[in-house]
Design a protein around this ligand. Structure first.
Ligand code: HEC
Ligand code: HEC
Ligand code: HEC
Ligand code: HEC
Ligand code: HEC
Ligand code: HEC
Ligand code: HEC
Ligand code: HEC
Length: 668
């Protein structure tokens, strides 16, 4: 990657950073008027001025996805192909893309024109992605590829900004109204190298049509996807920036840079220009009060540095939001986070006035992010999981209190032999992808490993993570490990609908089976009989809500689960999920299917019309007929197989009728 921060040349020279070469003449940043600007202001100075003195930290940060979170669109940063491409997978008519020199252009239906039947987003808060509810349609089958509403005006716009670089890229165009951004109706998946309708990138109710995201970058994404963002629009509180006259959105730095975690450090850079001071602080190693090293803070304050973005939060009131609009968010690393913003955690503050107010305007605020027991269920909100973990909240000794830094290293440690990409993937400390992460505090349990885990030492079933941080959080079209440490329990699975860790590997087993072993092995009380005698995963796949179905669909593609449960029996059930009403569930089911031995190049498009999806289902069933002979006879009724090894169709359909069709929008 090349660095082009033209507006910062002068500053970086002053601060002593190595000068760098511009690729070609670029207009001065402040002269770019069609998108938000990157401007060094107030007590922030930008990563360029840290580079000369901290080359190693600069280099590892440069390799991280934090840096590339938000970027100006350029041939170096845009991952998708724009060279005369037509994208059919959008809501509405196909979008066409073209390159004009170094610039990127798109032609598409105007999401801001109110075509009949369409509604547009109504609110832009700062607490999370996809805050606006939208025109949720109900009913099975999505309208993808089918344009049901009357045509909207076509517009051609320049793509100027990008959100994301790791899993997906979302593209923003210049609306022509100041620095206000609008969003292309399709997003690009990096690994799959394909476009998908933008609304399919999140788990949301089917049947939605074109949707306006205009202004959301300026008002919402800016809070967690940039460093020191200031929305700066002149609309009164509560109205949309789309109606505004003046939008002068500015950030210190696109992307999540040094000062997001270390606090504004202009003073620090200046102070250390004195060699004597540099030498003394290096010798004493006592820390430097002019900047913030998160790991010197106590575990609570240090985790809040991450929680400012990796948490569910909202403004306390309209005054707070108004103030942040022009002055930026007041939180600084080292501060108590809850002083300046409301960290929403239903187990703690369901009755708080701010929460009650939020629920009044937005009844899904809690249910769309949390399980019924208050465990956060979406990704990117790990702080909420941490603060509810026993290792954090029941610890009394700061040395033994879990924080994000118990496991994560935000700079790749010196001497670490992992390829930088591998470190950047989850930014884990050395060895922290295994039992060492827990053993640092729970030495005894790790010592008597198999006595505790009851699985062979080298089994996936002996990984602390797999039983205590299972993949039950959803986001970015996949699941991630829950960051709330918990233990498998049938009672809590029943109360919350969240699968137990055991059943996410033992996909072929019932909850009662799990209860039996939890009682035998761990002395848990034996649960009374409950649900039908069908595997827990299948029950969730057939009767669960869309979020639960997504979790099971993902687990079916997970190697350890395939190892523990076998795969042949999964085929009819994955086939069923290929026609799920939710785009996200179909997408994940298709990807899991492709992990199976004979399906590596199976052709299936989750966004295709219904008849094509049914055809894919038929092809899976034909394949199932071939592998059926490998399944044990008589067929296992808990897997909805008949004694002959056929699919128990009436049983399956009866359960499918019970599917929880509640409208779901998971707010990752
Ligand atoms: C409360 C903070 C917060 C807000 C507000 C927020 N995000 Fe995010 N976003 C995150 C975090 C944290 C992650 C990383 C999640 C992960 O890796 O699981 C993320 C990840 C993403 C990614 C994936 C990036 C990649 O490289 O694959 C996209 C795309 C994204 N967000 C889009 C948006 C958009 C669009 C908005 C505004 C409408 C927005 N987000 C608002 C915190 C936020
Ligand atoms: C996402 C948060 C984050 C970002 C962004 C970040 N850092 Fe850090 N930095 C940390 C944390 C946390 C530590 C503690 C050690 C670790 O986790 O690797 C740290 C450690 C450091 C240290 C001290 C190293 C030592 O142990 O003596 C320096 C210096 C530093 N960072 C500079 C930078 C610079 C310069 C940038 C930008 C180019 C940057 N950091 C970006 C979070 C961050
Ligand atoms: C002119 C040189 C210089 C510049 C510029 C500079 N630093 Fe430092 N920084 C130092 C020195 C010297 C130390 C302390 C000695 C050491 O550990 O190397 C230090 C220490 C730190 C620490 C560790 C503090 C602690 O409590 O241990 C962090 C974090 C840090 N710098 C971040 C930054 C960031 C972020 C920037 C850019 C905004 C920056 N530095 C710019 C020289 C500089
Ligand atoms: C200013 C907001 C912000 C801060 C502060 C921040 N993050 Fe992030 N973090 C994000 C966003 C947004 C992403 C998504 C980046 C992407 O994937 O492109 C992310 C991604 C990550 C990832 C996953 C990388 C990937 O792409 O999968 C990890 C791990 C992570 N952050 C940990 C931390 C930790 C630990 C801290 C505390 C030192 C922290 N972050 C501080 C916003 C932030
Ligand atoms: C920084 C230290 C630390 C780390 C790291 C840590 N824990 Fe803990 N954990 C504690 C403390 C302290 C408690 C509170 C009770 C106690 O003192 O044992 C606790 C409690 C627990 C409990 C609940 C105990 C009970 O009696 O209900 C479980 C389960 C647990 N930890 C599992 C884990 C797992 C699994 C990991 C790794 C993924 C982990 N912990 C990592 C410190 C830690
Ligand atoms: C006990 C260890 C542990 C602690 C504590 C911990 N994490 Fe993680 N984290 C992990 C592991 C392991 C992964 C990789 C799991 C996976 O593959 O999903 C991970 C992954 C992540 C990811 C990337 C998820 C993705 O999209 O793949 C983010 C973001 C993240 N952690 C943020 C945090 C933040 C923020 C904190 C503190 C609030 C934190 N973590 C505390 C172990 C931990
Ligand atoms: C096969 C699943 C499984 C694995 C693997 C596993 N645990 Fe557990 N763990 C449990 C269950 C079940 C409980 C019982 C909870 C209860 O009290 O009902 C438990 C309880 C605990 C407790 C609290 C009670 C106690 O015995 O002190 C801690 C702490 C703990 N585990 C830590 C760990 C650590 C550390 C690892 C990895 C070395 C680990 N566990 C691996 C299933 C597992
Ligand atoms: C990460 C995957 C994973 C998790 C989580 C897991 N197991 Fe296992 N389990 C396995 C695998 C793989 C085997 C096969 C033998 C081995 O590797 O030890 C197995 C074997 C078993 C067996 C013996 C063989 C059988 O099928 O009858 C039992 C009983 C069992 N697990 C129960 C549990 C229980 C109870 C839990 C939760 C407390 C659990 N497992 C959690 C992967 C897992």
């Amino acid at each position: 990657m090349k660095f082009v921060f033209p507006g910062l040349v002068v500053l970086s020279l002053v601060a002593g950073a190595a000068p760098f070469v511009l690729l070609e003449p670029q207009p001065a940043e402040r002269q770019v008027t069609n998108r938000p600007n990157q401007v060094v202001e107030a007590d922030f100075t930008s990563s360029n001025s840290c580079r000369a003195c901290h080359p190693a930290q600069y280099a590892t940060w440069h390799a991280s996805y934090h840096r590339t979170m938000t970027q100006v669109a350029s041939p170096e940063t845009v991952v998708a192909d724009f060279d005369n491409v037509t994208v059919v997978h959008v809501h509405g008519r196909p979008m066409t893309l073209e390159r004009r020199g170094r610039d990127f252009w798109a032609t598409f239906d105007d999401p801001d024109s109110l075509g009949s039947g369409g509604t547009i987003a109504t609110r832009s808060g700062a607490g999370g992605a996809d805050r606006a509810g939208g025109d949720a349609g109900v009913g099975p089958g999505s309208s993808l590829g089918v344009n049901t509403t009357p045509a909207r005006p076509r517009i051609t716009r320049q793509v100027v900004m990008i959100t994301g670089s790791h899993h997906q890229q979302i593209y923003w165009y210049a609306t022509g109204r100041n620095r206000l951004l609008g969003q292309l109706p399709a997003a690009y998946l990096v690994a799959e190298k394909r476009w998908i309708p933008r609304r399919s990138a999140v788990l949301h109710p089917p049947g939605e049509t074109l949707f306006s995201e205009t202004g959301h970058w300026n008002s919402t994404c800016i809070a967690c996807h940039t460093t020191n963002g200031r929305p700066e629009f002149d609309t009164p509180f509560g109205s949309r920036p789309i109606d505004t006259q003046v939008v002068d959105t500015r950030v210190t730095e696109f992307g999540i840079a040094c000062e997001a975690c270390h606090g504004p450090s202009t003073g620090h850079a200046a102070a250390n220009r004195s060699p004597l001071r540099r030498y003394t602080s290096h010798l004493t190693g006592r820390g430097d009060p002019t900047t913030v090293l998160p790991t010197r803070l106590d575990p609570q304050r240090s985790s809040q540095v991450c929680g400012q973005c990796h948490g569910v939060w909202e403004f306390y009131d309209a005054a707070g939001e108004r103030h942040a609009n022009s002055a930026g968010l007041p939180y600084r690393p080292g501060d108590e986070l809850s002083k300046t913003r409301f960290v929403a955690q239903p187990t703690r503050n369901l009755d708080a006035p701010t929460m009650r107010g939020l629920l009044e305007v937005d009844p899904g605020f809690v249910n769309d992010s949390f399980w019924p027991d208050g465990m956060v269920r979406v990704s990117g909100r790990e702080y909420n999981g941490l603060i509810e973990s026993p290792c954090y909240k029941d610890a009394h000794d700061p040395q033994r209190t879990m924080s994000c830094f118990s496991c994560h290293a935000l700079h790749q440690p010196a001497g670490d032999s992992r390829p930088v990409k591998e470190w950047a993937n989850d930014q884990l400390g050395r060895g922290m992808d295994g039992n060492k992460a827990c053993a640092q505090c729970h030495e005894k349990l790790a010592g008597g490993l198999t006595a505790h885990t009851k699985h062979q030492a080298d089994s996936e079933g002996s990984s602390c993570y797999n039983c205590h941080m299972p993949f039950t959080s959803y986001g970015l079209l996949k699941t991630i490990r829950s960051h709330q440490i918990s233990s498998p329990s049938v009672a809590s699975a029943r109360a919350t609908g969240r699968p137990t860790a055991c059943n996410l590997c033992h996909l072929d087993k019932t909850l009662a089976w799990t209860g039996e072993y939890l009682s035998q092995w761990y002395g848990q009380e034996k649960p009374p009989a409950g649900e039908p005698d069908v595997s827990s995963a299948l029950l969730l796949a057939l009767t669960g809500d869309a979020g639960q179905r997504a979790i099971v669909a993902q687990a079916m593609g997970w190697k350890p689960a395939q190892q523990a449960s076998g795969t042949d029996w999964m085929l009819p059930h994955l086939a069923q999920l290929l026609d799920d009403p939710y785009d996200a569930v179909r997408f994940i089911a298709g990807r899991s299917l492709r992990t199976l031995p004979e399906f590596g190049s199976f052709e299936y498009d989750f966004a295709a019309a219904a008849d094509r999806r049914r055809d894919a289902q038929r092809r899976v069933m034909t394949a199932f007929a071939r592998v059926r002979g490998r399944l044990p006879r008589p067929g296992d009724p808990r897997l909805l197989l008949t004694p002959e090894g056929d699919v128990d169709v009436p049983g399956t359909l009866a359960l499918l009728k019970l599917r929880n069709n509640r409208n779901m929008l998971l707010r990752e």
